[in-house]
Design a protein around this ligand. Structure first.
Ligand code: AHM
Ligand code: MG
Length: 336
């Protein structure tokens, strides 16, 4: 189609969010401003990730983050960029980052009503070898922007007003939900704009791919073991599933969202709460999955119902296609 070769009517992420906003008459544009600062952070990190090898940005910064992991320079840089972009937006009052032990309370002069929880650069083990990594974020609204408190972010995931991630992969892709479905945008480097490329993403109801770190299998619980066994040796005549595991949550979840299937980071004997962090990993991804028609389950409850008591709390997570998560839920129910 000739019209497709030179698109002249570009749906940028800003235009998309402004369109959504026009449906809320009371809106004053604060969310659009906040989002444009998040987008700036993503563009910066994308550019830094692409130049990492060249610019010798990667390598150890000689610091250890609060979870005892070695911090890479790119993590430090990404965190700084996001914190500065979010504070300067004038629309935030509390920030929680995977990289910072304490929450950041924004100075009164720059306070706005949004609380942002984020992992500025997730998938640290994949940085040095050029495999996809990403940024994950979730957004809450504070009770009172002039009296921000940790209670504003220690909220169940269902109270988020928006969530998303940006994947730094073969292209730079931003996936966003403001509670009205899920949309995917791809960065056009020649324009420096995210363009709507994946409107209204729906996850397939079932899927042929499972995604889990099977190296932990000896420590798994019964339901996880049974589910994965069934993926490999189905007894009902169905064909076995394919295993795909990148070890970057953003990339593994992105594939799950587009192709269907399930992503698991279960509890195990060594890590009774799993590995992934509730506020800025489990919640945003669970929010997107539900908005796309899938499900997210912790092994005990709907993931978005969980009420966190600490900002860096972890939880087991099973998320993906509706039917696959139903199976996991049934296996846990049978345990009781
Ligand atoms: P990170 O915050 O150190 O990058 O760890 C989070 C990552 C996720 O992206 C990924 O899903 C998981 O850790 C992989 O963990 P594992 O290496 O145990 O399979
Ligand atoms: Mg992380």
């Amino acid at each position: 189609h000739a019209a497709d070769a030179h698109r002249t009517d570009l749906m940028t992420i800003t235009r998309h969010v402004l369109n959504e906003q026009s449906r809320h008459p009371a809106s004053r544009g604060d969310f659009s401003i906040l989002l444009s600062h998040i987008v700036l952070g993503c563009k910066f990190v994308c550019s830094a990730v692409n130049k990492a090898g060249l610019a010798k940005l990667i390598g150890l910064a000689g610091e250890t983050n609060i979870q005892g992991e070695e911090q890479k320079k790119l993590d430090v840089l990404s965190n700084e960029v996001f914190v500065k972009a979010l504070v300067s937006s004038g629309r935030t009052c509390i920030l929680v980052s995977e990289e910072d032990e304490e929450a950041t309370f924004v100075v009164p002069a720059l306070r706005g009503r949004y609380c942002v929880v984020f992992d500025p650069l997730d998938g640290s083990s994949n940085i040095d070898c050029g495999v996809s990594i990403g940024t994950i974020f979730g957004i809450y609204v504070a009770q009172d922007k002039d009296k921000p408190s940790l209670d504003d972010v220690l909220q169940p995931g269902k109270n988020m007003v928006a969530a998303g991630y940006c994947m730094y992969g073969s292209s730079c892709t931003l996936v966003l939900s403001t509670g009205n479905g899920v949309n995917g945008f791809t960065l056009d480097p020649s324009l420096g704009e995210f363009i709507l490329t994946h409107p209204d993403i729906k996850i397939p109801k079932t899927g042929k791919i499972y995604s889990v770190n099977e190296g932990n299998a000896k420590n798994w619980d019964g339901p996880t073991t049974k589910y994965v066994e069934k993926c490999k040796f189905p007894k009902d005549g169905s064909s076995s599933k394919s295993l795909r595991y990148i070890g970057s949550m953003v990339a593994d979840v992105h594939r799950t969202l587009l192709y269907g299937g399930i992503f698991l980071y279960p509890a195990d004997k060594k890590s009774p709460n799993g590995k992934l962090r509730v506020l800025y990993e489990v919640f945003p991804m669970s929010f997107l999955m539900e908005q796309a028609g899938g499900q997210a389950f912790t092994g005990k409850e709907r993931a978005l119902d969980l009420v966190p008591s600490k900002i860096h709390q972890r939880s087991p997570i099973f998320l993906g296609s509706y039917d696959e998560v139903e199976e996991i839920k049934a296996l846990y129910a049978a345990e009781e």
